[in-house]
Write a protein that binds this ligand. Structure first.
Ligand code: CMC
Length: 431
């Protein structure tokens, strides 16, 4: 990967330092500064990692300027249209699209792990009924390391494989149980004759007293939401999983760390925050007031569901999600829902406003996913757990790639220290 023809020169303190340059298969060249501190005694400063490649990866590629997202080389648009979530999981984990027998075997393996250890029920019951499902998921997924001791040896490839399958298989069960618990309904066990998305919908919406038929259009839309959130390169939660795993921590603990990071409103929590914002706006006539607030430098308010660190053109996931939103809204006949009216008008108003155009702020995936999930009947508190269950495969694929990389090192950033220098301790009576 290093292009021996290319180097970068850094001049510092009257000395020149030649730095190797790596040429990726796609994207900008990468200047290798790993030896910089040893050679020149300086650190680099990049909080927020806006110009720093923190790892080498062959899983997902984003060209934010062109609005491109590729998984193992395949565009997200094509995957969303022609593939399905478990096939995309296979692709992310193993690097290639599966053959017919490979996908059948993979689906069987996932299906055989959908149930949770029965003792985990009691773990759920320790939470308050009004707990946010993300709080429950963070706790329960972390607790998996106590229930599945047999797959926490990360140096054993077979155990890594079992942990991978277990996480993908059990996450819908955990998310659905977290939901059922908070609404006081009995847990619904998985049904292995259903596909992944239909099984999740049933575990969320079925009750023992009634028959539940999964609507295939909703199941397809659910599968699309999973697919569109499956991986997204080195985002905050994935980087959290990588950093946590770099210490050798077990996969369940690391995925729990990823879930905790995803919860924030600047990341996966944006889908919940976006719908709550639409509810707060309430009616179309209040949109100009909120647009003005988003533009006001002295107001911390931001339009949730707009903008992205990497996409400075459009979010290709949002394009597919918008189509799905239209299909679902059509099916459910909720075009006249006031929240959805606000969403449509807000999108129009923001896209026509020069502030958003200049700053390249477009609706992102979370703008539309929240609208679909709301129409399907999910409460806003379930939006981020659904993101977490979808992203689990991305986290685990990146975790696996990192563990299998011989160059793997514990992550240990440096700092620009601006605190006090060494000083003498002052006894309390002298302070
Ligand atoms: N509304 C109003 N102004 C905004 C927004 C917004 N949603 N997003 C960015 N800006 C402005 C920001 O104020 C700044 O202006 P200025 O240059 O005058 O100071 C400029 O645009 C650049 O913003 P930034 O914060 O430096 O950009 P960033 O790359 O650090 O932030 C972001 C990216 C996604 C955190 C941000 O756009 C945001 O907070 N959006 C709302 C939350 C959201 O929808 N998040 C979901 C992201 S997609 C799902 C996922 O990957 O998790």
């Amino acid at each position: 990967m290093t292009d021996s023809q290319k180097t970068a020169t850094l001049s510092y303190n009257g000395e020149n330092y030649e730095l190797p340059v790596h040429t990726p298969t796609a994207g900008p060249d990468v200047i290798d500064i790993r030896k910089l501190y040893n050679q020149a005694g300086v650190f680099t400063f990049d909080p927020g990692f806006t110009s720093t490649a923190a790892c080498e990866s062959a899983i997902t590629y984003i060209d934010g300027d062109k609005g491109v997202l590729l998984h193992r080389g395949y565009t997200i648009g094509e995957l969303a249209e022609k593939s399905h979530y478990l096939e995309v999981c296979y692709l992310l984990i193993y690097g290639e699209l599966p053959s017919a027998t490979q996908i059948e075997d993979f689906e069987n393996r996932v299906t055989n792990h959908t149930m949770l250890h029965e003792q985990m029920m009691y773990f759920f019951r320790g939470f308050r009924r009004d707990a946010h499902p993300m709080a429950v998921m963070t706790g329960v997924v972390g607790a998996m390391s106590a229930f599945y001791h047999d797959s926490i040896d990360i140096s054993d490839p077979w155990q890594r494989e079992v942990a991978t399958i277990r996480l993908i298989a059990k996450m819908p069960t955990i998310a659905a149980m977290a939901y059922k618990y908070t609404i006081g309904q009995p847990f619904v066990y998985p049904r292995n004759d259903l596909d992944y998305a239909s099984n999740f919908l049933r575990m969320c919406f079925a009750v023992p007293a009634e028959n539940y038929e999964v609507n295939p259009i909703l199941s397809r839309a659910m599968d699309r939401i999973f697919t569109l959130h499956a991986d997204h390169e080195q985002n905050a939660s994935t980087s959290t999983v990588r950093l946590a795993s770099s210490s050798g921590a077990n996969p369940f603990a690391c995925i729990a760390a990823g879930i905790a990071c995803l919860w924030g409103p600047a990341h996966g929590g944006a889908n919940q925050a976006c719908l709550e914002m639409l509810q707060e706006i309430g009616t179309v006539d209040r949109i100009p007031e909120y647009i003005a607030r988003a533009k006001d430098k002295n107001d911390p308010f931001r339009l949730m569901g707009f903008g992205h660190r990497v996409y400075k053109n459009f979010d290709p996931r949002a394009t597919v999600m918008k189509q799905s939103a239209d299909e679902v809204l059509d099916l459910l006949g909720v075009e006249n829902n006031p929240i959805l009216q606000v969403a449509k008008e807000l999108e129009k108003a923001a896209l026509a406003d020069p502030y958003f155009a200049e700053k390249k702020l477009f609706p992102n995936v979370d703008f539309y996913s929240g609208i679909i999930l709301e129409a399907m009947g999910f409460p806003t508190s379930m939006f981020t757990p659904i993101f977490a269950l979808s992203r689990t495969v991305g986290w685990i694929s990146q975790w696996k790639e990192m563990i299998e990389d011989p160059a793997m090192k514990i992550g240990r950033p440096r700092q620009l220290y601006t605190g006090e220098t060494a000083r003498d301790y002052v006894d309390v009576e002298d302070r």
